[in-house]
Write a protein that binds this ligand. Sequence first.
Ligand SMILES: C=CC1=C(C)c2cc3[nH]c(cc4nc(cc5[nH]c(cc1n2)c(C)c5CCC(=O)O)C(CCC(=O)O)=C4C)c(C)c3C=C
Ligand code: FE2
Ligand code: FE2
Length: 340
Amino acid sequence: MPKLSAITDNPHENRFNEKIGVLVTNLGSPDAPNAPALRNYLREFLSDPRIVELPRALWWLILHGVILRVRPSRSAKAYASIWTEQGSPLVQITQDQCSKLSALLKEQNYDNVEVVMAMRYGNPSIKSGLEALRAKGITNIVVFPLYPQYSSATTGSTFDAIANVLKTWRWVPSLSFINGYHKQPSYVTALANSVQEHIDKHGLPEKLLFSYHGTPKRFLDNGDPYHCFCHQTTRLVCEQLKLDKDKVMTTFQSRFGREEWLQPYTDVTLKELASKGVKEVAILSPAFSADCLETLEELEEENRDYFMEAGGETYHYIPALNDRDDHLQALFDVLKPYLR
Ligand SMILES: C=CC1=C(C)c2cc3[nH]c(cc4nc(cc5[nH]c(cc1n2)c(C)c5CCC(=O)O)C(CCC(=O)O)=C4C)c(C)c3C=C
Ligand SMILES: [Fe+2]
Ligand SMILES: [Fe+2]
């Protein structure tokens, strides 16, 4: 039994209220784009058994003996190329989403709802987010991870982090957990709108790629629904836009390590398309509710170079839904049933 945290600051009658707390979460970023910050962040991230499922002792040796010696400085360079005055794009955009969601809730007369942001890894932590809600006397919490397509590595891991904090609380709150929303019609519409706006501006590309963050293929083989939910997302958007199947591909990016990941790989596909004479692609990444390292650096920069160097001529990245109004409407629609 973990040691239960004590609260002694004020009397119980003042701390109990009717409010609902929404803890909006995303993956998280390092505190700064430098090697020491990356070492801390990657240590936390890559020690998560939902992310790397190897036997713990073996993985500890690889992680501490090799990866945390080599990767932090490499990743720091990549983060430095996307860092802004406000810090990490992912954290800043998630904060903007929270502010807009909070305003939307007030506009719709949900005066009893408080929105707080937390990150699965790094800061602000899940622990600090839950404690902020507890400090407001909230005993009814909705956890809302901004991962549209469920995966054990992301949504499942967020659940673990919540449970790890709450198991140290004496007074455990009422809890709802939103485990995905890829079929939410207004989410599909927001994605379709973002693609349609691109088509209105630049015309229909020769190929439209839906590139999702990958996972080891083993996850799929062991029953993780993520791969299927990604394909379903592509299909729903294409049905809404009446896009010809031949125009569209679903691919997977951001491989890590040596084992096979979900295929087809985005980088390999882009090189193959260019070598087969495809000159123009547009690419979107619906698994990311906010632009982040994996879109701004990997898709906007690295994969663009692969395509162009292999003979491609036009490469467009369609931004994540970020704080678009239709995206906020979709998030509100997902949340609404939990606010009764
Ligand atoms: C090691 C295995 C990894 C798995 C499995 C994985 C799954 C996964 N990740 C996201 C979303 C994001 N990942 C991001 C960065 C990132 N991902 C991994 C590794 C795995 N991800 C690493 C090591 C990193 C850090 C960067 C690096 O060193 O390359 C990010 C970006 C965060 C940011 O700060 O911008 C996101 C978002 C999903 C959706 C997913 C499985 C479905
Ligand atoms: Fe990742
Ligand atoms: Fe990456």
